[in-house]
Design a binder for this molecule. Structure first.
Ligand code: PEP
Ligand code: MG
Length: 840
């Protein structure tokens, strides 16, 4: 068997007939969605390691193991089909996560009889999950015995080059395009380019100034030094080259949402006044005025490297560390996704791309082969790329070197096993050379009051995150910042671009007073938040909150919410191995009702499916998940799940305070069906009272049918997030389209108006629970079109109530109608700002 660093022959992990993937009776595996590989219909009861390697993952239910071979290939060994449903029964693990195993070592024993009786099939899979780096050759496609050669895998050393196209086709397409992204092709747009290219078989590359870079490498893309409005050539080779080319042209030709809105870098920068004693001048990256103790943070330094290390162990150490950091970033991304923080998602998506970047990985690997320690090889690979970015003469690209340093520090910490937690007093002002995005997230969670950096720029990712978190931040304070001893109280006047190092007691008192006054204003708003919101001419508007748990409901109630306008019940169903039973659901919904005092609570039935899959609820793979089996459509696919949830909802008390709401309704029959189920279940439970039943208007069909739906529904609530997505045919999570998925588009306003007039005919009320309800610019339009309830993000209850109190409902009605005839969302926003200016 010929094995070297890149090539590996894998032996059969099981005995039995070999099947090509496409004949496996499972759409996910058969389509190759999980990766290329092979299947075996097993005749023996023990799964053996097909090669030496490390166990990097074990399924919670013990039916699958992932092994990383020495050449980096990752193999998922999956026993049987749908065996996740057995919850571990019939499987005995013989290894542990993280364990090194030798070729042929037994990994997992399976009770063939039990699994065969309880599962769809015993057919087992061996899948290469990171196939983009490797080439696979089948050695045996008839029948094998454990240990016999089965597959050959070799690492692609030149994957980025077009001649090693994933698609064997020699078809080519190319075109020129001007790059629209503000500041050029920096990390986030480059990540978008990479993501776009990855959706196609073709190999794609960009060429600029006689230099080319494959779209697979963020670093190579950034290294081209492409500036805003520079013309680049996009070339694609492969069977779908035309489609790939069109998609890439679109990605390059449309600016990122936040970049389009962000002020030009210069606008954020405060001109530096002449220097003053005891004051450092910097550039405002996030506004605010605070005072507190200055605390110094330093980056990690490495000791000398002997350069005599065993490449295999160092390679393994690095890949384990990379995997750990990858897992951490994925968790950050998931949290950002739940908060719908698109900017944070974009930034850490770019980090994920950098972490897999072939330019970096190859450079680190080359150093490891020469005997360098994984720590030093990784550090040097990053340092080299930082230098390249800094020499391009584009300040925005130079700032992206900081994202690389972020990954340098994170991976070093993982390699050295260092805990990553700064010890800081609350309210500290942190001083450092330059913070990285992940440092910032952690410091923000620890309650720091402000940030001061010797280097950095106002358009860096750290600056974006600091603005998002409301943390005052100064950058470019110069190296003298690092000479200051920590401990003393300083004043950070980010608006004025000043760090005052020796404020006298009077100045400290003045800043403390300003901070207290601001706090007091917020407090006042909070206190008034509990009062009802009436327009100046007496129209009451209910301002409720969107929540996902009883803890959030408690906060919302304390914050003055008039009710819960949307409880997303998905929180109960995700991140677990089994469905919550009726009792657990009932308890969870009751807890939300209890947390809301005497206020009403709208509970939306489960809205999973599509791209939100549950481990215990296998649904078919869909080509277009957002147009597939999601929301109320799940009631048809899994009626028992819907009945269970309805039973739980029927039994909360007092049921009059509970309103049930159905997501993704498109026609009256869906509503009538649930009405009928509620009646039937209430009878079975011996209940005489039922909750109100409402419908979400989040599909254009529902808005157009509002009058008919309102006839049978107790209320309607407009989900502007999905309604925008489906009306404008723009993915609501598409980073490149985020600025255009605007619910103030006149088309949406027409649907909202139609919903309100349809509801009025049957005396029903209409609410808005999508993000538009939390946008104070939209408040007068929504009131003007007839909306009576706004369900907002909990911290904004006070602000939106305040806004309602400043408005005249009759004037809102008069001025809203003409907005429906404006040409687009930008015009609507401009008109709103003119008619109803926001408070400064
Ligand atoms: C919406 O679509 O506007 C909505 C409120 O539902 P979700 O964001 O949960 O899809
Ligand atoms: Mg929705």
């Amino acid at each position: 068997m010929h094995n070297n660093n890149n090539d590996l022959t894998l032996s059969a992990p099981l005995s039995g007939p070999v099947l090509p993937l496409h004949s496996v009776p499972d759409p996910v595996f058969a389509s190759g969605a999980m990766g290329d590989g092979v299947a075996i219909d097993p005749l023996n009861d023990t799964l053996h390691a097909p090669c030496a390697g490390q166990v990097i993952q074990i399924a919670r239910t013990g039916h699958a193991v992932t092994l990383r071979a020495a050449n980096g290939a990752e193999w998922l060994l999956h026993l049987g089909l749908d065996t996740v449903e057995l919850q571990g029964e019939g499987f005995a693990l013989l290894v542990e996560q993280g364990q090194q195993v030798s070729a042929g070592q037994p990994l997992l024993r399976v009770d063939l009889d039990h699994v065969a009786q309880h599962c769809r099939s015993l057919i087992s899979l061996m899948i290469l999950t990171n196939g983009e780096h490797f080439e696979l050759r089948h050695l045996n496609l008839s029948s094998v015995k454990v240990g016999e050669p089965l597959l050959h895998v070799s690492r692609r050393t030149d994957a980025p080059r077009p001649e090693r196209s994933r698609a064997d086709s020699s078809e080519q397409a190319s075109a020129l395009i001007r790059v629209a992204h503000r500041g050029g092709l920096h990390a986030r747009p480059a990540a978008l380019v990479r993501q776009t290219a990855a959706a196609f078989n073709s190999h794609s590359q960009l060429t600029f100034n006689d230099k080319s870079a494959p779209c697979t490498s963020l670093i190579a893309l950034m290294g081209l030094g492409i500036g805003e409005q520079d013309e680049v050539r996009v070339s694609c080779q492969g069977d779908d080259c035309q489609a790939a080319l069109q998609a890439l042209l679109k990605t390059l030709g449309s600016a990122l949402a936040d970049d389009a809105h962000a002020p030009a870098p210069a606008a954020l920068q405060v001109p530096r006044p002449a220097s003053e004693d005891g004051v450092l001048q910097g550039v405002c990256a996030a506004p605010g005025l605070v005072c507190g103790p200055l605390v110094r943070l330093s980056a990690m330094e490495l000791p000398e490297d002997s350069g005599q290390h065993q490449p295999e162990s160092q390679r393994l150490a690095l890949s384990t560390a990379l995997e750990q950091v990858r897992g951490d970033i994925l968790r950050t991304l998931e949290q950002a996704r739940q908060r719908r923080d698109q900017q944070e998602q974009d930034i850490f998506n770019a980090h994920l791309g950098l972490l897999e970047d072939p330019t970096l990985l190859d450079a680190a690997d080359a150093a490891i082969v020469q005997g360098r320690a994984a720590t030093h090889a990784w550090s040097a690979a990053i340092a080299e790329q930082c230098q390249i970015l800094q020499q391009l003469g584009n300040p925005l690209l130079a700032e992206r070197a900081n994202d690389l340093r972020d990954l340098q520090q994170r991976v070093l910490r993982a390699l050295l096993g260092e805990a990553w937690q700064y010890q800081l007093p609350p309210g500290a002002l942190v001083a450092t050379q330059e913070l990285t995005p992940s440092d910032l997230l952690q410091l923000s969670a620890q309650g720091v009051a402000g940030l001061c950096m010797a280097a950095g720029g106002a358009t860096s990712h750290v600056a974006i995150l600091a603005r998002g978190k409301g943390l005052p931040c100064l950058v470019a304070l110069g190296p003298v910042l690092l000479e200051i001893e920590g401990g003393q109280t300083v004043v950070l006047d980010a608006d004025g671009g000043r760090l005052e190092l020796a404020p006298d007691p009077q100045r400290i008192a003045q800043v403390q007073e300003a901070v207290a006054a601001r706090r007091q204003r917020r407090e006042q708003q909070r206190q008034q938040a509990r009062d009802p919101a009436l327009t100046r001419d007496g129209q009451p508007i209910e301002v409720a909150a969107n929540v996902a748990s009883s803890a959030e409901a408690r906060d919302a109630h304390q914050g003055g919410a008039d009710g819960v306008g949307l409880l997303r019940t998905e929180f109960l169903f995700v991140d677990r191995q089994t469905a919550p039973d009726e009792a657990e659901q009932r308890q969870a919904y009751q807890a939300v009702l209890d947390a809301m005092g005497d206020k009403p609570v709208i509970i939306r039935t489960i809205d999973v499916g599509g791209d939100k899959q549950l481990d215990y609820l296998p649904l078919p793979v869909e080509a277009n998940p957002v147009l597939g089996l999601r929301g109320i459509r799940l009631a048809q696919a899994r009626p028992e799940l819907m009945d269970q949830q309805l039973r739980a909802l029927l039994q909360v008390s007092p049921v009059q305070r509970c309103r049930v709401m159905l997501p993704m309704v498109t026609e009256v029959a869906e509503l009538l069906h649930i009405r009928q189920r509620l009646n039937q279940l209430a009878t079975e439970l011996g209940l005489t009272q039922q909750p109100e039943l409402g419908v979400m208007i989040e599909v254009p069909a529902a808005a157009l049918m509002a009058e008919h739906l309102a006839k049978h529904a107790d209320f309607l609530s407009i989900g502007t997030n999905d309604l925008s997505q489906y009306t404008l045919a723009m993915d609501r999570d598409h980073a490149g389209l985020a600025a255009r998925v605007d619910a103030l588009h006149p088309a949406l306003l027409r649907l909202i108006a139609q919903t309100c007039s349809g509801a009025e005919r049957h005396g029903r009320w209409v609410g808005v629970c999508g993000a538009l309800a939390s946008d104070p610019l939209a408040t007068p339009v929504l009131i003007g079109l007839g909306v009576r309830e706004l369900s907002v993000s909990p911290p904004q209850v006070g602000e939106i109530k305040d806004r309602v109190r400043q408005l005249d409902a009759a004037e809102c009605r008069r001025l809203s109608q003409p907005l429906l005839d404006l040409p687009g969302a930008v015009a609507v926003r401009e008109a709103c700002a003119r008619h109803w200016p926001l408070n400064p």
